[in-house]
Design a protein around this ligand. Sequence first.
Ligand code: UGA
Length: 435
Amino acid sequence: MRIAIIGTGYVGLVTGACLADFGHVVTCVDKDPVKIEALLAGRMPIYEPGLEDLVARNVREARLSFTAELAPAVREADAVFVAVGTPSRRGDGHADLSYVYGAAREIAVAVAGFTVVVTKSTVPVGTGDEVERIIRETRPDADIAVVSNPEFLREGAAIEDFKRPDRIVIGIEDERARAVMAEVYRPLYLNQGPLLFTQRRTSELIKYAANAFLATKITFINEMADLCEKVGANVQDVAHGIGLDKRIGSKFLHAGPGFGGSCFPKDTLALMRTGQGHGVPLRLVEAVVGVNDARKTAMARKIVSAFDGDVSGRTIALLGLTFKPNTDDMRESPSIPIVYALLDKGARIRAYDPQGMDEARKVLGEVDYRSSAYDCIDGADAAVIVTEWDEFRALDLDRVKRLLAEPRIIDLRNIYRPEEMARRGFRYESVGRRA
Ligand code: UGA
């Protein structure tokens, strides 16, 4: 198969590299010539474990190439994947579809022969219909089928998730397109990766429903954590105790500072707007959005109350800034409102993150960045674990205690054990567990 991928963001780049690795001939297209130049030189625009090697191998084998020219790549393709961004539209929270529709127009002009246009971007229900309308309006003679194929990969585990997915969802209403998609995913199919064919609108909704459900699980356990703190229960045991019930499942029940990232916040908001737009208010999703927003500032209050309500002039060392480990992504990271709330209360903020400091510099104000965790906590009045990088689990706690001006740790990810921290003489607070 010859495949063109429009957009070399997280999803586009990983999809392109993985499909090339399956043996397809893939051209990744991006409007940004600087990004393309970097990719041609072997530099990745994002940090994702394993991606650089995967890209290099497939470029070497001549299965993967990069270009800023959309038309030739689309003209030759059997399938064109649209993997452009669908950010929240400023003001109303609906998904901004201008990049998707812009790509549709450009694709329409360039297609030749039967071409399957696959929407990989996360798009609201009905977007496939509009993409098809745009293409047919621009090129009434075009022989195309528009398919929805949402992506479920997680940042930090993107390649593994793409290559060993729980399922592949394909929303399709055209038999020829079905054959093309089956061929695209044949290697996974042969590995028993379940291919779920459904209608296009259903497929579009599956993506939002999945993200909203996962966000709900997280929000539920976060509220349980708050209750645990008040009643003296342990949220990790609650999560374990309910998660063993297969109907509930153990995943996505880690209490923490609230979900962030480029997907859950924007997708829950967009789904909420879709519901409202159709006169079906999704009250549960609305609650999740509200509770999660409030949680981020509540975490700042938790830190302040560890200092008996006054952090002014205190030095607080944040360990981890990205919204989750194994990424450099700062989008909607809980660290952002936490930093601003603490600065507002007069604290001095130091920070260290294994990968995220370049991105953090673009969004955070007066932060003193340090080049290691130990350097960051040296002389600080408290260390706050914001992101659960493995590096922080492995810290030498005796050294940490010696370096801190006061042995105070606020662990928003529950990476240490309260009993052990108490035994070591730390003033330790975590989420949903009594010290
Ligand atoms: C999420 C979904 O997990 C993917 O399936 C989906 O494809 C992706 O969004 C997307 O729509 O593109 P991602 O945002 O990369 O993936 O990261 P997650 O691992 O899902 O974490 C999201 C947020 O939830 C993070 O802030 C994380 O810290 C938080 N989280 C996750 C918790 O607080 N507790 C948990 O138990 C799990």
